[in-house]
Design a protein around this ligand. Structure first.
Ligand code: GDP
Length: 483
């Protein structure tokens, strides 16, 4: 770099996450902050288009920008962290000065501590006569947040979203904290570095396809240039800023909405301008998948089952030491894997689906995940785990195929299938699924493409399959080939 000049160091906008208990005033504070922005006064109101907002203020007589992540509560925040993605530079811990520390305050504190980013404690609703600042501070201190003026150095500020008292001061404090920590000055990041951005929100738009909001952490994002995410690559179709303006480039500290993804990316995914090691999919040894759970006082479990009835039957039969952190009906999702990861839980499915991308995530995150179809097997293994053994392993899905037709053949029936993901092979164990319901388990005894016997058929091809034992399948059912 020829033009290096320390005095002209660029300070990029800090990215701020807002965490706290529900109803403690996160939304009101963000609204109050947005109405303090100079940009709003000039343009007559920011219409908020994406899950983040940029606020422009005068600080030391210079215009400065702060990016707020609006959506992530502490759970989304933990999800990102468990994928190693720290999208924010600073965390605001919102605590109502009337209510003090509540359960989600504690969860937020845990998430913030683990992320190691600087924290600012914001005591909200300071206009209310029922506030009890000292009590709230004492409670926060007891959670291990060492507050300024109480022996620590974590800044704390009393604000009111209603009267706007201290809102501007809070924004100045955020910029001050950023300067102190220098977390995203030119010394570490630069618009000329390779681009890195983190997904903070994503969804499927019926018209525009997959869309995601990302925070750019390094480099410059450019429209029409190729990027890499979750092991695949695409060309950025459009980039929109927090005010809904189309951009051709965006850089560090900016929140943008991007179109062009091949599929909806997961929250916490890293998008880069160059393929990264992470994307190169490191083969994990089988052993590394297992986390030792021996000698634990309690065994935390996240449970997903096909029905409410199954959930009840299973949880009622669990030994005392099992602590069910979460139970639900339906399939296991990436969110469940991340929840299991951040809580050190086993992830147990009963008659549910293990999608290949979820299995992959569980492997990368080293989360122990297993699906059962028989309750006593599940209970036996849980008992073994409590005795200090490890679970026999994570189930791998090799591929999925859709049943398109059936033909009688000799004394049996041939299933005409189309392989929709991965591959199916002769000898594979298969599970027949109808929607989320498991119809049964069987095995592939014969596999043909046309009339030719074959050992393996890959995604995108059709095949004729004979399974044994025969199951009560229907056209349209899915076959899951698994370990
Ligand atoms: P969130 O769930 O954390 O986003 O909380 P909200 O911002 O929705 O606030 C919850 C409730 O507290 C609402 O009824 C707000 O009007 C009220 N509230 C939030 N901030 C203040 C404040 O500074 N002063 C007063 N008096 N009420 C507030």
């Amino acid at each position: 770099m020829s033009n290096e000049n320390k005095s002209q160091q660029i300070i990029y906008p800090p990215v701020v996450a807002v965490l706290g208990h529900v109803d403690h005033g996160k939304t009101s504070l963000l609204d109050a902050i947005r109405s303090t922005s100079i940009a709003e006064r000039e343009s007559g109101g920011i219409t908020q288009k994406i899950g983040a907002s940029s606020v422009e203020i005068m600080h030391d007589d210079k215009p400065r920008t702060i990016t707020f992540i609006d959506t992530p509560g502490h759970q989304a925040f933990s999800q990102m962290r468990s994928r190693g993605a720290i999208a924010s530079d600073i965390g605001l811990l919102i605590v109502s000065s009337t209510d003090g520390v509540m359960p989600q305050t504690r969860e937020s504190i845990e998430a913030l501590k683990a992320s190691k980013i600087p924290i600012i404690v914001v005591l909200t609703k300071a206009d209310l006569p029922t506030k009890n600042i000292e009590k709230a501070k004492g409670q926060i201190l007891r959670e291990g947040i060492m507050l300024e003026g109480m022996g620590g150095d974590v800044p704390v500020m009393e604000v009111s979203a209603k009267t706007k008292s201290n809102v501007k001061e809070l924004l100045d404090l955020i910029l001050l904290v950023q300067e102190l920590h220098a977390s995203n000055t030119t010394e570490k990041v630069s618009s000329t570095h390779p681009m890195k951005a983190i997904v903070i929100e994503s969804r499927l738009d019926q018209k525009a396809g997959p869309r995601a909001t990302l925070i750019i952490k390094d480099g410059t994002l450019k429209v029409r240039e190729p990027v890499f995410i979750d092991g695949s690559s695409f060309k950025v179709r459009s980039v929109m800023d927090t005010e809904g303006k189309m951009l051709s480039v965006a850089t560090i500290g900016q929140a943008v909405e991007v179109l062009g993804f091949l599929k909806v990316p997961s929250v916490g995914s890293l998008m880069t301008s160059e393929p990264t090691v992470q994307e190169a999919e490191l083969p994990l040894s089988k052993e590394s998948v297992y986390s030792p759970v021996a000698n634990q006082e309690e065994l935390p479990i996240i449970l997903a089952a096909d029905s409410q009835g199954s959930l009840e039957a299973i949880t009622n039969a669990f030994p005392e030491k099992v602590h069910v952190l979460e139970q639900k009906t339906g399939e296991i999702t990436e969110g469940d894997v991340l929840h299991a990861k951040s809580t050190g839980s086993l992830l147990i499915g009963f008659n549910t689906k293990l999608r290949p991308d979820v299995v992959k995530l569980a492997r990368t995150e080293k989360v122990l995940m297993k699906n059962y179809t028989i309750i006593y097997e599940l209970l036996d293994e849980i008992a073994d785990v409590l005795e200090g053994k490890r679970l026999a392993g994570i189930e791998e899905i090799y591929g999925t195929a859709k049943i398109l037709a059936q033909f009688p053949f000799e004394k049996t029936v041939v299933l005409g299938v189309s392989v929709t993901d991965g591959r199916v092979a002769r000898g594979d164990k298969i599970r027949v699924m109808r929607g989320d319901n498991v119809i049964g388990e069987s095995q592939i005894t014969s596999l043909r493409v046309g009339k030719e016997p074959t050992s393996k058929v890959e995604k995108g091809h059709e095949a004729g399959i004979v399974i044994s034992p025969m199951l009560d399948f229907e056209v349209g059912d899915m076959l899951l080939s698994h370990e």
